[in-house]
Design a protein around this ligand. Structure first.
Ligand code: S3P
Length: 451
């Protein structure tokens, strides 16, 4: 059976191409139908939070199915530097965290490095703002371009003292700990990273902290903070946190990441004759937009074995190939599928008719400018697609051909185009393909195994 990529050729092409600015390239070949059962790695958002909240809890927390992707390892590294004893059982997804309590972190002797991770940078800022010490925080080139005004402004309103070193509202940031007071903050965009940063600072504030969003963003912080013992509840699109409770260590099993499952949902939907089962995926309603949109495009998806783990809804997802049609995506749906929009654009390219994505300007400030990059790369494959101010318009149904795809070091771009390559005529080359390690080490091997 032809495989997605040939290992020998892969190695050869890696050697040949190891060069242009240190990039590694790889040739993917048009694949065949996907068959079988897969378990995707643990949820990235929940993995980050488990380390952060367990570090602030009293006692030893045990986390299982932890995502050992580069982003979550950056979070572990930062908390170790803040004095937390964290033991990772390598390749087991099991992590033991000896919590320090809310007031037990110590100053880091060196700069904290969030790597490529926006979640690490923004959430940890909310924890650092009320500490009795100063911290310098930075990350890679992509992180140093991403907007931090959105956390600097509300945290400063709470009394924080944050300095953007280059005066451009981006990292590197120096955060001088101060005592904080609760606020009621209304965010311009629905962002779980911003909401969580404010709520985490609110744990230390004098008085109640409220965050109101235009639409509800992912609510993993609210669910997990409550599990650890915080006094937090929601009223519509407002999260309300009352400080004063201590956090207590917990055992947490991290469900499979729906954002990682999305690549297989898309691939199995577009490659004729496919039939796969994805086991134990988180289907929290603030994250399940991909399922709703895929179904609205005509995808053949069945949700089985629905259950709850640590307050998070989980299920098995059964996907069969189907002929897809275009759809409209906007409004309150956007935060529930923001990270899946690149692969949804790939599904749309193979769907009959037009798909219109609106209200998604946030895509421009992710790990890459995902509107720009998706449009240019899909055009390179022959797709009729145009960028708009807040999304894209995709006229699907035209056959696509292979192309050379710059991933811009963005894991979700690399994985989306690995999916596209399966239905494109000819060879597709994805540049800097190893960036998938940010959220899904083993992605290519898992995809190959199903083909
Ligand atoms: C995340 C929230 C989202 C998402 C990111 C992870 C989180 O970002 O894009 O990958 O874990 O809170 P925003 O909250 O900025 O939209």
């Amino acid at each position: 059976m032809p495989s997605l990529y040939s290992k020998t050729k892969d190695m050869a092409s890696m050697k040949k191409n190891k060069n242009r600015q240190g990039e590694i390239t790889m040739n993917l070949h048009t694949g065949r139908k996907l068959k079988g059962t897969i378990t995707v790695p643990g949820d990235k958002s929940i993995s980050h939070r488990s380390v952060m909240f367990a570090s602030l809890a009293e006692g030893v927390s045990e986390i299982t199915n932890f995502l050992e992707g580069a982003d979550c390892l950056s979070t572990i590294d930062c908390f170790r530097k803040l004095g937390v004893d964290i033991r990772v059982e390598a390749d087991m997804g099991r992590v033991f965290i000896h919590g320090k309590g809310l007031y037990g972190l110590s100053a880091s002797s060196s700069t904290l490095d969030a790597g490529n991770s926006g979640t690490t940078t923004r959430l940890i800022s909310g924890i650092l703002a009320p500490q009795p010490f100063s911290t310098r925080l930075t990350g890679d080139d992509s992180i140093q371009r991403r907007p931090m005004r959105r956390i600097i402004e509300p945290l400063t309103k709470m009394g924080a003292h944050m300095i953007s070193e280059k005066n451009n509202d981006c990292a590197p940031l120096t955060i001088h700990g101060r005592s904080l007071h609760g606020i009621h903050y209304r965010t311009e965009v629905a962002s779980a990273q911003v909401k969580s940063a404010i709520l985490l600072a609110g744990l230390y504030a004098d008085g109640i902290t409220k965050v109101t969003e235009p639409y509800v963003s992912r609510n993993h912080s609210e669910i997990m903070l409550r599990l650890f013992g915080a006094d937090i509840h929601t009223e519509g699109t407002t999260a309300v946190l009352t400080p004063g409770s201590t956090l207590t260590a917990r055992k947490i099993h991290v469900p499979g990441d729906i954002s990682s499952a999305a690549y297989f949902i898309a691939a199995a939907s577009i490659v004729p004759g496919s039939e796969i089962l994805i086991r134990n995926v988180g289907i929290n309603p603030t994250r399940d937009g991909i399922l709703k949109v895929a179904q609205s495009m005509g995808a053949n998806i069945t949700i089985e074995n629905v259950h709850t783990e640590n307050g998070e809804a989980c299920a098995d997802i059964f996907v069969r190939s189907a002929s897809l049609h275009g759809t409209q995506i906007g409004g309150s749906l956007i935060p529930t599928l923001i990270d899946e929009l690149p692969v949804i654009a790939i599904m749309a390219a193979f769907a009959e008719g037009t798909t219109v994505i609106t209200d998604a300007a946030e895509l421009k400030v992710k790990e890459s400018n995902r509107i720009d990059v998706m449009v240019k790369n899909l055009q390179a494959m022959g797709c009729d697609i145009e960028a708009t101010d807040d999304g894209m318009i995709i006229h699907g149904g035209k056959p696509l051909h292979g192309a050379c795809i710059p991933s811009h070091g963005d894991h979700r771009i690399a994985m989306s185009f690995a999916v596209a390559s399966m239905m494109a005529e000819g060879e597709t080359e994805i540049l800097d393909r190893e960036c998938v390690n940010i959220s899904y080490p083993g992605f290519y091997a898992d995809l190959k195994r199903l083909c």
